[in-house]
Design a protein around this ligand. Structure first.
Ligand code: FES
Length: 156
């Protein structure tokens, strides 16, 4: 039986095929893999290192340096909690703690059912209604730990 290839690895194969194996194109290749698959998995990083004849540590280093790169695919819904000053002083940290308690994820993580990913972000420009979260880009102001569940329950 043929071994199943992970979808991210398949995408990495395509991207390397289209971009060639010039080590100077490393960041561009990683960005393209991230764009298409939503992440650059460890398998994809090893594959790219091998093809570009670079040490794996160099590729890992680039991926961990830029927080744009993700190791896992994002969840179906992306929660951003604003940690800008105005939101922070109004209790944004409590929102992150509540999400951790209820969904078991901390910033940068995705729930095991792929439903939610969580990120902390800087001021998103609507401080007057803080603390603010966004879910898939939609803003929710005046948030409290109590209001979180009614907002998040809309996203399946
Ligand atoms: S600090 Fe949160 S929107 Fe400005």
């Amino acid at each position: 039986m043929e071994k199943e290839i992970h979808p991210t690895l398949r995408i990495a194969e395509q991207v390397v095929e289209e971009n060639g194996t010039d080590p100077d194109r490393l960041v561009k290749i990683l960005q393209e893999i991230q764009k298409v698959s939503g992440c650059v998995s460890l398998e994809a990083q090893s594959f790219v290192a091998d093809k570009l004849k670079l040490p794996v540590s160099r590729v890992f280093g680039i991926v961990s340096f830029y927080n744009f790169f993700k190791l896992e695919p994002p969840g179906r819904h992306e929660i951003h909690v604003c940690m800008g000053t105005a939101c922070y002083v109004r209790g944004a940290k409590k929102l992150v703690e509540k999400i951790k308690r209820d969904y078991g994820i901390t910033p940068g993580e995705t729930t095991s059912d792929q439903r939610f990913s969580l990120e902390e972000v800087r001021c998103i420009g609507c401080c007057a209604i803080g603390p603010v979260i966004t879910v898939d880009g939609k803003e929710y102001g005046g948030m409290s730990p109590e209001k979180l569940n009614s907002v998040l329950s809309q996203y399946k």
